[in-house]
Design a protein around this ligand. Structure first.
Ligand code: URA
Length: 220
């Protein structure tokens, strides 16, 4: 069940396709594919690189050591993990936790594109170099490495949707490096303040529509 862009047009079909995917060799060594999880009505999407050993075991994203750090930092700045949608560039674990190869990323890209088209996020947070590079390439924008790009907000158009993107570090890089950890924390504060901006502009646009009109609204 795909739409005119050949993307999956329902979450159920998409997740089922991911679980039984054989588009690249990573399916041979996986225990479980990891489609993603979280709030499918959220306007915020977090994208990592690929499942690790714990994620492969459990079929859920970011549940190992890096995931625990990510969740802790998110919650410490006031972002609820359950409130956002979290996924990865590739949905199956690369053996030995190596980086996914370009052809694996390409074979899997239909799934991430479909997730973006279904969710229509206002903000994407990319975690690490591979996620940043992949999302910027989908938005046809130059990527010059995570250390140069992180901690700023960019506007991209992906699948015809205008999306703000904040690249940050991969939490695994910050696990044993206090300097990188404080960069991740500071980027996450930027993410939180932009989420607050989006939330308040969404609230004011709904309250504008529901506000009863008075004669004064029609007088310039
Ligand atoms: N690293 C990732 O990039 N994704 C996960 O889900 C877990 C670890």
């Amino acid at each position: 069940m795909t739409n005119t862009n050949n993307l999956f047009s329902s979450w159920e079909v998409l997740e089922e396709e991911i679980r039984r995917c054989v588009r690249c060799p990573l399916h041979r060594s996986r225990k479980n594919a990891v489609p993603g999880e979280g709030n499918k009505k959220s306007v915020v999407m977090f994208i990592g690189e690929a499942p690790g050993a714990t994620e492969d075991e459990m079929g859920r994203p970011f549940v190992g050591a890096a995931g625990k750090l990510l969740t802790m930092i998110m919650e410490s700045v006031g972002i609820s993990r359950e409130g956002v949608y979290i996924t990865n560039v590739v949905k199956c674990r690369p053996p030995g936790n190596r980086e996914p190869k370009d052809d694996e990323i390409e074979a899997c890209s239909i799934f991430l594109k479909s997730q973006i088209a279904l969710l229509k996020p206002k903000l994407i947070v990319t975690l690490g170099n591979i996620a940043g590079k992949t999302v910027f390439s989908m938005g046809k924008r130059e990527w010059v490495g995570v250390m140069k790009m992180r901690g700023k907000r960019y506007e991209l158009t992906i699948q015809g949707i205008q999306i703000h993107v904040i690249p940050t570090l991969h939490p695994a890089a910050a696990l044993y490096n206090p300097q990188l950890r404080s960069m991740l924390e500071s980027d996450m504060k930027l993410v939180k303040s932009f989420i607050d901006e989006i939330t308040s502009s969404m609230k004011s646009s709904t309250s504008d529509k529901t506000k009863p009109r008075t004669l004064l609204d029609y007088i310039k």
